[in-house]
Design a protein around this ligand. Structure first.
Ligand code: COA
Length: 184
């Protein structure tokens, strides 16, 4: 069995999901504000399917959108991490970074801190040459983070899909060299 995944940043731990995390995760993040550009609040069937997907990414690839735990108090803030793009019509198989935090954890730099750790891991541990991220135009918090990380808009990879509640899924990316140049 693969070793448990656990990665610490200054204020956070990115780690494998535990059974007891799920209720806390959904309590914090299955809200209209958090889910606005993710298809809306999820019913139980969707929640269970999402959990199973997150666990399968870890089993299949050794990485997933990991649980994000705050060191200070052990709170589950949401998820952040790496999957292989599986968006129909998209660059399937590419390393993809993603994030979702509960509302009271926004605006504190936690998402950026977790995302920077995830991109470091993508390039240093998981051998990615490029990492992509997907969102929709109205989700300024998400593409704003992509830009702050140094990712570039990739209109050539955009996906005509309404899966996230807009007509188009927009794509950002960063290559290993660019990441190393910006972040050392
Ligand atoms: C997307 C999402 C993760 C972004 O979270 P975020 O908290 O805005 O992002 P960051 O961690 O980069 O924080 C940036 C903000 O924290 C502030 N901040 C406070 N302390 C900070 C610190 N120590 N370091 C960095 N930024 C800090 C910044 O000034 C900035 O605030 P501003 O947006 O008012 O300028 C969050 O909005 C979210 O979970 N949304 C719902 C789910 C979702 O849509 N996910 C993406 C799907 S594609």
């Amino acid at each position: 069995m693969a070793a448990d995944f656990r990665h610490e940043t200054e204020r956070l731990v990115l780690r494998d999901w535990r059974e007891e995390d799920w209720a806390l995760f959904w309590e914090g993040t299955n809200t209209p504000a958090v889910m606005e550009w993710l298809g809306g609040v999820c019913d139980e069937a969707k929640r269970l399917a999402a959990q199973e997907r997150l666990l399968s990414y870890q089993r299949d690839h050794g990485h997933t959108f990991w649980a994000v735990e705050r060191k200070e108090d052990g709170a589950i803030l949401g998820f952040c991490g790496l999957k292989r793009c599986n968006q129909a019509g998209g660059p399937v198989g590419e390393m993809e970074v993603g994030w979702r935090l509960r509302e009271d954890a926004w605006g504190k730099g936690y998402a950026k801190e977790a995302a920077m750790a995830s991109l470091d891991l993508a390039f240093d541990r998981f051998g990615a040459e490029q990492v992509i991220a997907l969102t929709v135009e109205p989700n300024a918090a998400s593409w704003g983070l992509m830009k702050r990380l140094g990712m570039e808009r990739r209109a050539d990879l955009d996906i005509a899909s309404s899966d996230f509640g807009a007509d188009l899924i927009i794509v950002y990316s960063i290559a290993r060299e660019a990441w190393k140049q910006i972040h050392g």
